[in-house]
Every structure is written in C-alpha cells, then in structure tokens.
Write a new protein. Sequence first.
Length: 144
Amino acid sequence: MFIRIEKGSSTPISRQIAEQIRAQCLSGRIKPGTQIPSVRQLARDLAVNQNTVLRVYEKLMAEKLLDMRHGEGTFVVDRLPRNELKALQVRFFDELTQVTQQGRLLGFTADDLHSLLDDALTQTQDSSNPTDDVSHKQKTGDPA
C-alpha cells in the first residue's frame, strides 16, 4: 500500500489518507482480504498521529471497505461495493478535467499536458522512485 501525503495541501491529512486507501481498495490495487498496516505502523510510516489513522480506518470500516478483526489486524473486506468504484472514476474524470482546464489557463499546450501526465504515470508506476524535480522543472520552465 502506497500513500503520499501532501503536507502543504488544503485537503486534511485524514481525507488524503482515506481517499488513497479507498481508491486502492476499489481499484483492486489492494486485493480483497489483504491485511493492511496496523494503525500504529501506518501512523509511523506516514509520520502522522495515530488518532488520525484510527479515524480513517473507522471511516473506511463504516463504508464497508475495511474489517478490523480483534487480535488479527485490519483487512480489506472480501466483497467490495462496486458502485463506489464507478463514483470514484466519475470524480477522477471531473478532477482531471478541472486540472486540464487550469493547465490551459496557465499556458500549457496539449503536448505539455500529455508530457506532464506521462511523467506522473511514470512516477506512480514505481512508488519507490522519488520525484524527478529536474525533469519536471525542465518541462515546466520552473527555474527554482
């Protein structure tokens, strides 16, 4: 399970964590029945408060995505609600459309946007690779 926290984001950390776990469960990236990290372990890995992770897990249990088994751990449920996946896909497309519109307003061409999306896809294929700031700065013209 890979989770990326944007500390400077206006989106609360708990929401960032919940959305990423939800998306990974519903997309099949985390398979049904898979044990996920304990509250303590995930909090340590993400450098966040344990209560934040606990609230996320409780929320996802209420959504019937996770099952907390006393003495065993927390698991992705065996049968996921498929209607949730469709809703996430629609929301993703809406957000992608908004980002594309913002990019156009900032002067990016279609080729620029394709290149940036390719970079993002490459980054997410291997989550162990750090962001290649030099490549991104060259493509966006960011001198910093």
